[in-house]
Unconditional design. Sequence first.
Length: 134
Amino acid sequence: MNRRYAMKNNEITLHKENTPAVADKDRAAMIAPAVDIFENDDALTLVADLPGVSKEQLELGIDRQVLTIEGRLERAEEGALYREFGGKGFYRRFHLPENLDLNQTAAELKDGVLTLRLPKAASAKPRRIEVTVH
């Protein structure tokens, strides 16, 4: 069973501190990346668009069930004739449900797309109960 999560779903919610603090000038110039979240019986999968971010510029962290994604961009600001995309990078936070095994989290960055797999804890996975007929 696959389900696509909306950001307002109770299972994964946008952290209240998603918008960077104005005092932090670098984060104030960052934008929230587009994110899709999918669920199956084994895991949640988060897919985030981070164009222009390399592995070295990407920071992922989980602290107290809060996932933080931060990707910095290194751009030459001078000499641009036309620019549709601005900002210093990407920043977004999510509050995660407690039924995940965060020690088994895996992340892949390919062609500007981050795929983060958050496996469910064994106790959260659906179980099939065999029935014995006598």
